[in-house]
Ligand binder design. Structure first.
Ligand code: SME
Length: 157
């Protein structure tokens, strides 16, 4: 496909409906994991203009920073720590409407007000997480959960 992303306005669902086929096209035929993670973060950031979009990979029982778009971030997160470590430990997507109210939240950027973290499974084990941060409170909801879970399911590991 052409490398230019087509950006649409509209409801969240309309934006995801436009974006997901483009992400599929970007991933098709490309076996390199880092390249694919990088393009997914870029596509999400470009469509939604969120503060931070990125992956952490499970390595030696820690989350280690992987491709992302946005401000610099902490490089390692232990299981159960912060929203990322909690989503990993609980093996479920966590939606945090106000990060300051989440016990143990790790503030990589003081601009971040709300967050969603999606665990990524391979053979029933969490091997990575997708983390998205917004400068707005209450940015993320069940629609984001549904579509972000669909997007991470497209990744071939
Ligand atoms: N806020 C996350 C840390 C990662 S950064 O937001 C990029 C957390 O509490 O796990």
């Amino acid at each position: 496909m052409a490398e230019d992303l087509s950006i649409v306005k509209g409801t969240k669902a309309e934006q995801y409906h436009s974006l997901i086929p483009q992400i599929k096209a970007l991933l098709t035929g490309e076996p390199d994991l880092i390249a694919n993670l990088a393009n997914i973060t870029a596509a999400l950031k470009e469509q939604f203009s969120w503060l931070w979009v990125g992956f952490y990979l499970v390595k030696n029982d820690e989350l280690v920073l992987a491709p992302f778009q946005g401000p610099v971030a902490c490089t390692r997160i232990k299981k159960g720590r912060g929203v990322c470590g909690a989503a990993w430990q609980q093996e479920q997507t966590l939606i945090v409407p106000d990060v300051e109210k989440f016990p143990g939240h790790i503030a990589c950027s003081s601009l971040s007000k709300s967050e969603i973290v999606v665990p990524i499974f391979h053979q029933n084990i969490v091997i990575a997480i997708l983390d998205v941060d917004s400068i707005n409170f209450n940015e993320f909801d069940e629609t984001d959960k549904q579509y972000l879970e669909e997007i991470v399911s497209l990744i071939v590991w």
